[in-house]
Design a protein around this ligand. Structure first.
Ligand code: ZN
Length: 378
């Protein structure tokens, strides 16, 4: 893809930047980088890139992490736009670095809210449906949250409460026809059950967190399906098409097959610009397949670690990741990441739990999961 034009320069990780791209039809697309939480941490995800499309209607994709209303407002001003000029906001998925500012800005605007069909279930509360949920008191998006209570109260509570009051004007799904021509959607569950990719004029794709350059998002856990099954719209309750690594791989495969002639531009929600340079994805399909391969390799490495004797999850984590990756909350995330792989291999019969310890795993000798994952590669 062509390098976007820099309208406002920002930090080395892209924070505060505003960039511009033009489609072959002449539609302008602006990328605005909204600060994220990890900026001072050892591992920095970088800002959340929100996108403004100045097409038939003015559309904003994502709003960035909460607490950044002024940043978003001033970036829009740089582009000669304001909250009131936006026709609709489309949310790529229910995570707070994407819809964080939404509850604060939507009441100030006339804009419609568009999100995936599952999104309203993620923003609502279902305290009476427990089904093994770790935190049934939190909204649908956070019923598996393992963060300490103090953290939840301090950071997310008020945003969640306000977000649960919002109503959605247009529910997105693959088969729902977009009221705006030149805009189409692909539901891509896996990182989050309500993840979507947005396609403009069949030539630009906004991938949210589903496809990122250089890094891959955390897959959700298959295990969360049972805990959340009854909060989902009925069509998603029968079998698990929303949670876990296998669904994420299927979504990557779907994106890889979306455009036979390829997209001219791929706009990701993170790392568009990082370490002082653009990280452009020149082929969406190649990047999607690269991520599938990455997860196959991760499965292979796990099998190798547990091939000769059963290993405890903690040991597998230490063997698979580097100490830097495991610093701070990294170790909790690493455990969850590996469990997302282990659970799909367990389902295929390649890994089994040993004894009564539910975190002691051994390779059974079969590699059916790998064979299955490889069918999603060209
Ligand atoms: Zn994100």
């Amino acid at each position: 893809m062509k390098e976007p034009e820099i309208i406002v320069a920002g930090k080395d990780n892209g924070e505060d930047m505003v960039v511009r791209h033009q489609t072959s039809k002449g539609t302008e697309v602006y990328g605005m980088a909204i600060p994220n939480i990890h900026a001072d941490a050892e591992w920095d995800l970088g800002p959340t890139w929100c996108y403004l499309i100045l097409g038939e209607k003015t559309i904003l994709i994502d709003t960035g992490r909460f607490g950044n209303v002024e940043v978003l407002e001033s970036q829009l001003k740089t582009i000669g736009q304001s909250f009131s000029s936006i026709y609709a906001i489309i949310v790529s998925h229910c995570h707070e670095d994407h819809d964080g500012n939404l509850p604060d800005i939507l009441p100030l605007m006339n804009a419609e809210l568009w999100a995936h069909q599952v999104y309203p279930r993620m923003t609502s509360y279902y305290p009476d449906i427990t089904d093994g949920a770790f935190r049934p008191d939190l909204p649908g998006s956070c019923r598996s949250c393992v963060m300490p209570e103090e953290f939840v109260q301090k950071n997310c509570n008020s945003y969640h409460k306000k977000r649960s009051q919002l109503s959605i004007d247009f529910l997105v799904n693959d088969e729902f026809e977009s009221p705006i021509k030149d805009l189409s959607f692909a539901s891509t569950p896996g990182h989050s059950p309500d993840s979507i990719c947005i396609i403009l004029e069949n030539e630009v794709i906004f991938t949210g967190d589903t496809i990122l350059p250089g890094i891959t998002p955390h897959p959700s856990r298959t295990q969360s399906f049972e805990a959340n099954r009854r909060i989902l719209p009925e069509r998603y309750q029968k079998e698990n098409t929303t949670y876990g690594l296998m669904n994420y791989i299927k979504s990557l495969n779907k994106v890889a097959n979306l455009s036979s002639r390829g997209f001219q531009a791929t706009f990701t929600a993170h790392r568009l610009f990082y370490n002082g340079k653009f990280n452009l994805i020149h082929s969406t399909s190649d990047r999607a397949n690269e991520i599938i391969q990455f997860h196959i390799d991760r499965c292979l490495d796990i099998l190798e670690i547990i091939s000769s004797e059963p290993k405890h999850l903690d040991e597998i984590v230490v063997k698979h990741f580097t100490p830097t990756q495991l610093a701070g909350v990294g170790s909790l995330m690493a455990q969850n990441e590996l469990l997302a792989h282990i659970e799909i291999m367990e389902e295929c019969g390649d890994v089994r739990q040993v004894g009564k310890d539910d975190e002691l795993f051994q390779h059974t000798g079969s590699t059916q999961c790998l064979d299955l994952l490889r069918t999603y590669l060209p």
